[in-house]
Design a protein around this ligand. Structure first.
Ligand SMILES: O=C(O)c1cc(=O)[nH]c(=O)n1[C@@H]1O[C@H](COP(=O)(O)O)[C@@H](O)[C@H]1O
Length: 230
């Protein structure tokens, strides 16, 4: 069976746990995501540990955000690890995004638009007044112009972003919660089925899978419900 278009966020406090989660979920999902917690604790070796022998795609979520020269150096430092996807913050601006794209030519650069944890009140306070989807669409368009081939947004904006950037750009949505699951620190959320129906290509799901007593079964259940929904 083809693995589901899900990136499981391996936000674990230690490498053994992350590698165990990765082994349990990789029969069911296409991708595992390594974020700041694991990467800052263990460094580049973490990639091989979570990849194991499975050949699963690794999404390196470092959300780089700095001046273009610094981001180019950071992207080129991790490019040798050959992650399938690397994140940068779209708010770093077009020159920064382009610097990452040029420094990591074999990795898909995904620009994070507006974090899924932010509410419209938060956006107002940080000076991005107006509906979230206006800011997300603006950041999406500038990121694609700068060479990003993937975008991260919440499921709430995914159909608007799809209309803005067309079919060739990979849309990645965190903020995904199966019906009844706790939203935790996520603000702009939807179910996996809804996110996929609205145009997401890859769903990032962490705690609803990794917080389950059986992460493999939780991943398999979400994958099966996505298959039923298409
Ligand atoms: O870039 C990301 O992956 C990301 C962007 C965003 O806007 N929101 C967001 O939650 N994420 C990541 O997606 C994952 C979501 O995890 P859960 O909330 O546990 O499903 C975390 O690893 C976040 O770092």
């Amino acid at each position: 069976m083809t693995p589901a278009p899900i990136a499981v966020a391996l936000d674990a406090p230690d490498l053994e746990t992350a590698a165990r989660w990765a082994a349990l979920v990789t029969p069911h999902v296409s991708t595992v995501k390594v974020g700041l917690e694991l990467y800052l604790r263990y460094g580049p070796d973490v990639i091989a540990s979570v990849k194991g022998a499975s050949g699963v795609q690794v999404f390196l979520d470092l959300k780089l955000h700095d001046i273009p020269n610094t981001v180019a150096g950071a992207a080129s430092a991790v490019a040798r690890l050959r992650p399938a996807i690397l994140t940068v913050h779209a708010a770093g601006g077009p020159a920064m995004i382009r610097a990452a794209v040029e420094a990591a030519p074999h990795t898909e650069i995904a620009a994070v638009t507006i974090l899924t944890s932010l509410t419209e009140v938060d956006l107002d306070r940080i000076g991005l007044a107006g509906p979230a989807d206006a800011a997300v669409r603006r950041l999406a368009a500038l990121s694609v112009e700068a060479g990003a081939t993937a975008l991260v947004c919440s499921p709430h904006e995914v159909s608007a972003v799809r209309a803005e950037v067309g079919d060739r750009i990979r849309l990645i949505t965190p903020g995904v919660r199966p019906t009844g699951a706790a939203t935790q620190d996520q603000a702009r959320v939807a179910t996996p089925e809804r996110a996929l129906a609205d145009g997401a290509d890859l769903l990032v799901i962490g705690r609803p899978i990794t917080g389950s007593p059986d992460p493999g079964a939780a991943a398999a259940a979400i994958a099966a419900s996505l298959r039923r929904s298409v």
